[in-house]
Structures are given as structure tokens and as C-alpha cells.
Design a protein around this ligand. Structure first.
Ligand SMILES: Nc1ncnc2c1ncn2[C@@H]1O[C@H](COP(=O)(O)OP(=O)(O)OP(=O)(O)O)[C@@H](O)[C@H]1O
Ligand SMILES: [Mg+2]
Length: 468
């Protein structure tokens, strides 16, 4: 939440801990990442014999609203935690969420249940509402013809995340028990104080529209209590507990829910949202029954509302899919020539045709020494495929020679992978658009069938890290 207020994540940013001490955010972030990394590696190494640290690719998720500087911050923090840049992908949280749900939808379609497919048809627009502990993040995306997602809007809705409810409950307890008594309790029995916080969190997760809220409180805090008049009706003091009435706990939830519903409603009236048909709820807070009913009540008539079974895990699962979907090589300068191995290729301009012939010729796509910028399409070609079989394999080769030879042989070329492309049976030729792009951490080769819009992603190891 300090980041929410601060907005800018600079490498020298200082943050405060509970007791008021300050520390560099970079140190804290790096420590947290390292802790999780070590824990995961420990478990993985027990399960996979001979696993090397470099066998693991890490995906760190960041909110969509973060700028380049904040992303750089995460890359640096990850490096400090021992994750090299080439083993790291930064993924946007709402994109992960959307990706997972799309994946889920495809899975369902294959198993004959197409209920949730419509939300992800071409041109469909949908809203992802990520209800976290701190903030509510809202994104709207559109499914484009390649099946990829295009973000049309993103924003942080506001600080009404799940922790806001805990804070309000703690505030009420303090008003009942007395601020001074609670401050002393927190200072002197921090473990017991934490236990109360944990309990509040646990009970909150089970709250429904008719729940009372019963918290166990150490006995000595409950002697000599004067419940303020304003709370008389709604607070009951037991021997070892305090009970908040159903109406009070609903009121506390409302302080968060009303603001978020109002905000979502406003965004849905926004021009960009005109064809949004689906609202996707993710994030831990959307497990709450109170939240789910509020969204259903308000929006279900007009929109399809999707709440996955484990909303708190969706961003994580989407991040894992992201990590598997791409190759993870960083490079700023091509060390080799990279290109296609073509059977008797006929090349004209930026268009190449592939026939059937045994002698493979080398068709260069990226030249040795070519500079590559982050976030840019490096090169794009139209490839005409004239294959007789159902599948065509676009083979990728590298060569170290300064001037690449024409005919591919084992001495001078290394095969680095290929893209398997499925061809429509009824056509004699297909036109593929081959796009090689480089974003923050990776090279991606995508072949798009111009007619069907189907995408095929290459699994080539394209570039090696630039050595200094
Ligand atoms: N069953 C539940 N009912 C109500 N709230 C829940 C439930 N499960 C988790 N939460 C709340 O969800 C929040 C955590 O959600 P999540 O893990 O998505 O947050 P986060 O991504 O860490 O936070 P942020 O997105 O703000 O950075 C906490 O406030 C937690 O209390
Ligand atoms: Mg989150």
C-alpha cells in the first residue's frame, strides 16, 4: 500500500515496517523473492534429481499499471535474489489471469462443454477485476484475430482490497477495548496480537450475508470495558470473546464493496467498455461470498460473470502458462546468422515459397551482429507454403560464418529448432506471416496463417546472451 500511495518505484525508495523502522524497498523485495526462490528450489530438487538452478525459469508478476521503471526495479530485485535476467520473465497480472481463463475455456471446449467459450471469441471484450489484499485492479481486454489479447484499458480501481475489511474490524475492536489498551497489548504481547490478526483474517474469509463475527480475545483485555454508545447495539462482550453483529459486519464489508461496485459500474459506462460482455473476478478477495453476491446482484443481468474455483491462484497459474509458452533467451546482438532451412526456396522480395526438394538452402532472417531493440518486431516475412502433407516443419538454423553459405550442411550449420505448422487440407498453398519479435526478456517466433488466423509458436533457442 505504500507503493499505491507512492506510485513511483525507484531503486532508492524507502519503506516502513510495522514498528516504524525504515528500510530500502529494494532490499525487502529482493529478500522476499530470494526466500520464495530458495523454498521452491528446495522442494523441486527433492523431486527432480540433478536439477540445476539454471533449469528453472521464473515468472514474476507485476500489476498492469506499473511503468518501465517499476519493472526494471523488479528485474534488479530478482537479480539480487539470484535470478538472472535470462531466467526471468515479467508478466502482467491481468494478462496472466485472462490467459488462464482462456486456457480453461479451451480445455472445456475440447471436453465438449462450451459454456464459457463465448467470452473469448474473436473481438469479445471482457473485464478482469483483480481483487487483492491491497488494491482492486481493473483491466479490459479484447480478443484479437490471432487469438491473442489486446489490452484496451487498465487502471487501479482503488485501495478497497480485502485488507481494508480487516483494518475496519481491528479499528472496531480498538474502539471497544480502548486504543491505549490495544497499543500496550501490541507492544508487549506482539505474538498474541498477531494471533488476533490471524483470527480476524480467518473468520473474515468465512463471512456470508447472515454471519456474526466472533473473535477470541485474551481475558484480561475484556475487564472494565465500556462499549461506546454508537456500538452498544452491535457489540456483545463475552467471557473470552467479542461478537460483532451481522449488521455491523455487513456494514464493514459495505465500506469496501460499495466503493468497488460503484467504480466498476462507472468503468462499464465508459466508451471503451461498450462491448464488454464478461466480467472475470480473480484475486483472493473474490473468494468472499459477500463480494460474489454483490457482483452477481449488480451485474449478472447484463454481464456474464466468471468466478474461477480458486480465484487466488489464477494469476499464479496464468504466470506458469506464460512461462511455458515462450523461450527464455536474452540477447541484444545476434551472435550468429539465424534463418530458415528451405527446400529449393524461391525468394522474391520479402516473400518466400517453399517447395519439396531435398537440398536445403539457407534463408537468413536475422543477420549476425544485427542490433535488436527491446519491445520491437525484429523482422517479418510472408512465407508461402506449398506442402502436400498435413504438417509443415519450418526448420531454423544458425551459422557462425560471417558470410553464410547457400546450401545447408552439418559442418557449417546448427539446427536450433522449428515451428510445426498445421496446414489446411483443402488448400494447395498457405500464406504464413512469420514474425520474430523481442520483448523485455525473450525472442518469440510466431507463424500466423493468413487465412485462418491460427498461430504457431516456435520453440527455437534463438539468441544467446550477449557477452561483455
Ligand atoms: N475466502 C476468502 N474470503 C474473503 N477474503 C479472502 C478469502 N481468501 C483470501 N481473501 C483475501 O484476499 C486478499 C489476498 O488476495 P490476493 O492473494 O489476490 O492479494 P495480493 O495479490 O497479494 O494483493 P494485491 O493484488 O493487492 O497486491 C486478502 O485480503 C485476503 O484476506
Ligand atoms: Mg494481486
Amino acid at each position: 500500500m505504500q507503493l499505491y500511495k507512492n506510485k513511483e518505484l525507484r531503486s532508492n525508495l524507502v519503506i516502513k515496517e510495522v514498528g516504524g523502522k525504515t528500510m530500502k524497498a529494494m532490499v525487502v523485495f529482493a529478500f522476499c523473492i530470494e526466500y520464495i526462490k530458495d523454498l521452491v528450489l528446495d522442494i523441486l530438487k527433492k523431486a527432480i534429481h540433478g536439477l540445476d538452478d539454471n533449469d528453472v525459469h521464473w515468472v514474476v508478476t507485476v500489476p498492469a499499471i506499473w511503468n518501465e521503471q517499476a519493472r526494471q526495479f523488479m528485474i534488479e530485485a530478482s537479480a539480487k535474489a539470484g535470478i538472472e535476467k535470462e531466467n526471468l520473465t515479467l508478466a502482467l497480472e491481468p494478462e496472466c489471469a485472462a490467459l488462464y481463463c482462456r486456457y480453461l475455456a479451451m480445455d472445456k471446449q475440447e471436453h465438449g462443454d462450451n459454456v464459457e467459450i463465448k467470452a473469448f471469441d474473436e473481438n469479445a471484450r471482457f473485464m478482469v477485476v483483480d481483487l487483492g489484499g491491497g488494491t482492486i485492479d481493473i483491466t479490459m481486454s479484447e480478443v484479437i484475430s490471432t487469438g491473442q489479447l489486446r489490452e484496451i484499458y487498465n487502471a487501479t480501481g482503488g485501495p478497497w482490497g480485502g485488507n481494508f475489511v480487516n483494518d475496519q474490524i481491528m479499528k472496531t475492536l480498538k474502539e471497544v477495548i480502548g486504543w491505549e489498551v490495544m497499543r500496550k497489548f501490541q507492544d508487549e504481547d506482539y505474538d498474541d496480537y498477531l494471533e488476533v490478526l490471524r483470527q480476524v483474517e480467518q473468520i473474515k474469509r468465512g463471512v456470508d450475508h447472515d454471519s456474526e463475527f466472533v473473535v477470541s480475545i485474551p481475558k484480561d483485555l475484556l475487564t472494565n470495558i465500556n462499549v461506546p454508545d454508537s456500538l452498544q447495539q452491535d457489540v456483545h462482550i463475552g467471557k473470552k470473546s467479542i461478537t460483532l453483529s451481522t449488521s455491523l459486519i455487513q456494514k464493514i464489508f459495505s465500506s469496501s464493496v460499495d466503493s468497488m461496485i460503484k467504480h466498476v459500474e462507472k468503468l462499464l459506462h465508459n466508451g471503451e467498455a461498450c462491448s464488454v460482455s464478461t466480467i472475470l473476478l480473480v484475486g483472493g478477495y473474490s473468494s468472499s461470498k459477500v463480494i460474489q453476491s454483490a457482483f452477481r446482484e449488480k451485474f449478472e443481468k447484463k454481464y456474464r460473470i466468471i468466478i474461477p474455483l480458486t480465484p487466488d491462484m489464477i494469476v499464479l497459474k496464468g504466470a506458469v502458462i506464460t512461462g511455458h509458452g515462450i523461450e527464455t533467451i536474452v540477447g541484444r546482438m545476434a551472435k550468429y546468422h539465424y534463418g530458415l532451412g528451405l527446400s529449393a526456396a524461391a525468394v522474391s522480395g520479402r516473400s518466400i515459397s517453399i517447395g519439396d526438394n531435398d537440398n536445403k538452402t539457407f534463408f537468413s532472417l536475422i543477420k549476425k551482429g544485427q542490433k535488436i531493440k527491446v519491445g520491437e518486431v525484429v523482422t517479418q516475412y510472408e512465407v508461402v507454403l506449398k506442402a502436400k502433407s498435413k504438417w509443415a516443419n519450418l526448420e531454423m538454423y544458425t551459422t557462425k560464418d560471417d558470410k553464410p553459405r547457400t546450401i545447408i550442411d552439418n559442418d557449417h550449420f546448427t539446427k536450433i529448432g522449428g515451428i510445426l505448422v498445421k496446414l489446411p487440407q483443402f488448400k494447395r498453398e498457405s500464406i504464413l506471416i512469420l514474425t520474430i519479435s523481442y520483448d523485455e526478456t525473450e525472442f518469440k517466433v510466431v507463424a500466423t496463417d493468413k487465412n485462418t488466423g491460427r498461430c504457431f509458436v516456435g520453440t527455437c533457442r534463438f539468441l544467446e546472451k550477449e557477452s561483455n
